[in-house]
Design a protein around this ligand. Structure first.
Ligand code: SAH
Ligand code: SF4
Length: 377
């Protein structure tokens, strides 16, 4: 049975939708604009703080809308620049968001570029063999309000670090990557509706070009995304440069093999005239051979894609091993020698289990399965 929250999340609303509900309840439509001023530039946590609204309207808002579809349950800070937030949904499910701070060149120490990594589902149905998010299957999709609320929570935390941006009503982050728990393109409608809110001038006014959606390769949805007027960036989790290798670790490859995925990626790149990213987790003796590097280089060249190499992050209970630094370097060097731009991520947050889904898994193990809602049918 699908989860039904008592009240809809205010963060799932648009000015038109809220305006109609206001009008139905006998309040003036134009109040919607005032309410949105409070929601995003001022990150209001409740209707009570909306002091320019009449008291009966504030009461109506509190009675009819949920202002905290997600709540921050805990934070874990790594020794480097990564912070991980565990957020709790109204049905008790847990999701993760990560804040990654990279120093900005030429700017003082206190200024850094902040990338926020968000989740789109509770669990994941895709079952990639190296990933903690997929270990316990899929539970449900996040609603539009939950996806947006997740960002608002992160924004509130970041506001404390950068009050200037908060005072100007700007989002307190520079990039959004949809790379947390879940397969974003399997929750396409809600994700797109949420990102439109994030992008809208009445929302965070956050440019689509600063939003990257990562997919394990859901071909029909990549083609659909290519037709979207908003030009989001796309990252493809490749992790194997041949069907044989990819299939071993990514069941999705059986449904959408490379001969379908690569042309879909190409169609996306052509449509948006923008560089794609190929994500490639390096796992010892699975995909880190020079032969794989050569095959990966040929795909990357065909797609004019940038390659992000991610040394595998250990997941408890899984057999995979991260290759040695020299093997990682050898792989990156081969790609570069073949004319591909590749970044070898000395990945951040290893000490806080930053690979997607790990913090939630740990917490659920601590709490025991009885503390969780039943899996969605
Ligand atoms: N489902 C989407 C987005 C979420 S996964 C996708 O697969 O692209 C986000 C990224 O985290 C993916 O590139 C995924 O491969 C990576 N990831 C998952 N488990 C990991 C691990 N153990 N070590 C390193 N990266 C991991
Ligand atoms: Fe799902 Fe992505 Fe993890 Fe694969 S890597 S199981 S698609 S979250």
């Amino acid at each position: 049975m699908a989860f039904k929250p008592d009240k809809p999340s205010i963060h799932g609303e648009t000015p038109e939708g809220l305006g109609s509900r206001l009008a139905e309840a006998g309040h003036p439509r134009y109040r919607a604009g005032q309410i949105f001023e409070w929601l995003y530039p001022r990150r209001a946590e409740s209707a009570e703080v909306m002091t320019n609204l009449p008291a009966p309207l504030r009461t109506w808002l509190s009675e009819n809308y949920d202002f905290s579809a997600t709540q921050v349950l805990g934070k874990k800070t790594a020794s480097d620049v990564t912070q991980k937030l565990l957020q709790k949904l109204r049905d008790g499910s847990l999701i993760e968001s990560v804040i990654i701070r990279a120093p900005m060149e030429g700017v003082g120490q206190d200024k850094s570029r902040r990338t926020i990594c968000i989740s789109t589902q509770v669990g994941c149905a895709y079952g990639c063999k190296f990933c903690a998010s997929g270990l316990e299957g899929w539970r449900r999709n996040l609603s539009v309000g939950e996806i947006v609320s997740q960002l608002v929570q992160v924004c509130r935390i970041e506001d404390q670090a950068d009050p200037t941006r908060a005072a100007e009503g700007l989002a307190s982050f520079d990039n959004i990557v949809v790379m947390g728990m879940g397969e974003p393109l399997a929750n396409y409608e809600n994700l797109l509706a949420a990102l439109r809110i994030v992008n809208a001038p009445w929302g965070f006014g956050f440019g689509a070009r600063r939003i990257t959606i990562s997919t394990s390769g859901v071909v029909p949805k990549i083609l659909e995304l290519a037709e979207e007027p908003l030009g989001f960036r796309l990252a493809i989790s490749l992790h194997g440069a041949t069907n044989e290798v990819r299939e071993k670790i990514m069941p999705v490859n059986r449904k959408y093999p490379l001969e379908e995925l690569v042309p879909a990626a190409k169609a996306f790149a052509r449509k948006h005239g923008r560089m794609l990213t190929l994500e490639f987790i390096l796992i010892e003796d699975i995909n880190d051979s020079l032969e794989q590097a050569k095959k990966l280089a040929s795909i990357a060249r065909e797609l004019h894609a940038h390659v992000n190499l991610i040394p595998y992050n250990k997941v408890e209970g899984l057999p995979w091993v991260r290759p040695s630094i020299s093997r990682q370097d050898r792989f990156a060097k081969e790609l570069r020698a073949l004319g591909v731009t590749a970044t070898l991520r000395r990945e951040k947050g290893h000490d806080i289990d930053a690979a997607c889904g790990q913090l939630r898994l740990q917490k659920e193990k601590e709490q025991g399965p009885d503390s969780l809602p039943p899996a969605a049918a």
